[in-house]
Design a protein around this ligand. Structure first.
Ligand SMILES: Cc1cc2nc3c(=O)[nH]c(=O)nc-3n(C[C@H](O)[C@H](O)[C@H](O)COP(=O)(O)O)c2cc1C
Length: 176
């Protein structure tokens, strides 16, 4: 079991191209369970998850920033992760952990996923990407949007990471 998880860490990659095959209901449920099982500071669970499957809406979401949003035009489903900063001063971390849980769960299901950054991102006319998404999806004003995770069956093959390429120089023992 441990070996499998470690292998998965080496083979996981961001996937930005997906087939048209829809996700099964069981897979969607498990992906959302992974999100809801994510740990959060003081167990506040400040996050909210908006599941988007509508193709036209996904295309519109992709217009929220000029670079890095293309996976939204290719995926079959996306999960928008947002939170009320009034509920937690570390909502960014809480949302990020939940996003990571979704991505790792996707990998275990053999699905592809990609993180699309929303917080601190702007569209081509310098409008806040989060404002555009709130408007599109009827998300209440107090909610801040951290990211969107795109999901689908993989339509690209990526090589596992070469263990020789791990940046061990980033690791410092006892002092920097
Ligand atoms: C905080 C964060 C923001 C990211 N934003 C984007 C994004 O907006 N668009 C995108 O295509 N990929 C995005 N990614 C994916 C990274 O580009 C990717 O994880 C990185 O290049 C390493 O590749 P790998 O995931 O295949 O290991 C993001 C990843 C993280 C963790």
């Amino acid at each position: 079991m441990e070996k499998k998880f470690h292998e998965m860490l080496y083979t996981r990659h961001s996937i930005r191209k997906y087939t048209d095959e829809p996700l099964s209901g069981d897979h969607v449920k498990e992906l959302l369970e992974a999100a809801l099982l994510a740990p959060s500071s003081k167990s506040t669970r400040p996050w909210e998850f908006v599941v988007v499957e509508n193709k036209a809406t996904l295309e519109k979401l992709a217009e929220c920033k000029p670079f890095g949003a293309a996976p939204l035009t290719k995926c079959v489903l996306a999960i928008v992760i947002c939170a009320d900063p009034g509920k937690s001063d570390v909502w960014v971390e809480d949302c990020s952990v939940a996003a990571t849980f979704i991505q790792l769960k996707a990998e275990t299901l053999g699905l592809g996923s990609c993180w699309v950054q929303i917080r601190n991102r702007f569209d081509k006319d310098n409008n806040d990407a989060a404002d555009i998404i709130r408007e599109l999806l009827d998300i209440p004003g107090e909610q801040q949007v951290e990211c969107i995770i795109t999901l689908g069956h993989k339509d690209e093959v990526r090589k596992p990471v070469d263990p020789e390429k791990l940046m061990w120089e980033k690791v410092h023992i006892n002092k920097f």
